[in-house]
Design a protein around this ligand. Structure first.
Ligand SMILES: [Fe+2]
Ligand SMILES: [Fe+2]
Length: 306
């Protein structure tokens, strides 16, 4: 999938990125423990089994296999995954997700967790997402902390921010970056060498209609993250969490464009984004799964300046 060295990218001036998200892989044996029946996992399971999420992802494994093969043919330099690898944040789900994404075989990758990966407070604290996605979490850091981290791809910097927290209550699907990570983000952005900065996180700046997410489904400290990102030279915000893809050139809530990859594998949404960076210009190509041909096809292209 990753076929090109950084030197070649820098010399020819273009970089090709693939951005996928929200694959929500599950597993036949999940490893329930007694405590899981008294925390947020029970509500997530009810949503998954009884409210249609499992049905919406019934073709997920097949579509993800086709997507991974598709990426091999596209000359992609680097893969970005913006979270929700799993349905319920179980270790067995993570194991399957990284296998299906072939994380171990792909040297050029970046991954951040989604709220489903941090389904419970213990799941978030366990570090299992970071352990399984370790090959896609290499990069420049501040004081050895896991987040944020930055990867140089060609002339651009990809900056990974963890926006998820383990939540206690069933109705709370919100996240936050937190003051300590924000302070590190400010320092990291200041210390990186010149080049366009692209922030990657799970939560969006806004919905597809430009309006803010509701508090229990969005980023609680959004204003602070946007302020620090903008001051640090971020020119583009990539995210998941919303399962329908969209791109907003001039959102009212941030001074840079935002792109939601949407879910790569949910029936009917199943799409990913491909970015071609050339200096400060970026071409954003949306590719969507076509059930008839069993393949991903180009559906829309947007060109922006970063
Ligand atoms: Fe999701
Ligand atoms: Fe999410």
């Amino acid at each position: 999938m990753v076929s090109v060295e950084n030197e070649r990218q820098a010399s020819c001036g273009t970089v090709r990125l693939a951005h996928l998200s929200d694959i929500h892989v599950s597993a036949p044996r999940l490893g329930w423990q007694r405590a899981d029946w008294f925390n947020k996992r029970l509500a997530a399971w009810f949503n998954f089994r009884c409210l249609g999420r499992r049905f919406r992802f019934r073709h997920g494994e097949e579509v993800l296999g086709i997507l991974v093969e598709d990426l091999r043919t596209r000359g992609i330099d680097h893969v970005i995954f913006s979270g929700d690898a799993t349905a319920l944040g179980f270790e067995e789900e993570l194991r399957r997700a990284v296998e299906e994404l072939r994380v171990g075989d792909v040297a050029g990758g970046l991954a951040v967790p989604g709220n489903h990966d941090y389904c419970t407070v213990p799941a978030a604290a366990s570090g299992i997402f970071e352990r399984y996605f370790a090959p896609w979490q290499r990069g420049e850091r501040i004081d050895g902390a896991i987040y944020p981290f930055a990867q140089k791809v060609g002339h651009a910097w990809l900056v990974a921010v963890n926006s998820c927290t383990g939540n206690r209550w069933a109705w709370d699907a919100g996240g936050s970056v937190g003051r300590e990570q924000l302070a590190r983000l400010e320092r990291l952005l200041a210390e990186l060498t010149p080049g366009p900065r692209i922030l990657v996180t799970h939560y969006p700046v806004c919905l597809a209609n430009g309006k803010p997410e509701r508090r229990t489904h969005g980023l609680r400290d959004l204003d602070d993250v946007v302020r620090i990102a903008a001051a640090g030279g971020v020119k583009l915000w990539l995210h998941g969490h919303r399962h329908g893809p969209y791109c907003i050139d001039k959102p009212t809530l941030a001074p840079f464009p935002v792109v939601c990859a949407g879910s790569a594998t949910q029936t009917g949404c199943w799409s990913y984004s491909e970015y071609t960076l050339d200096g400060n210009a970026i071409a954003i190509l949306r590719r969507t799964f076509d059930p008839e041909s069993r393949s991903f096809q180009d559906v829309a292209e947007t060109r922006l300046m970063m």
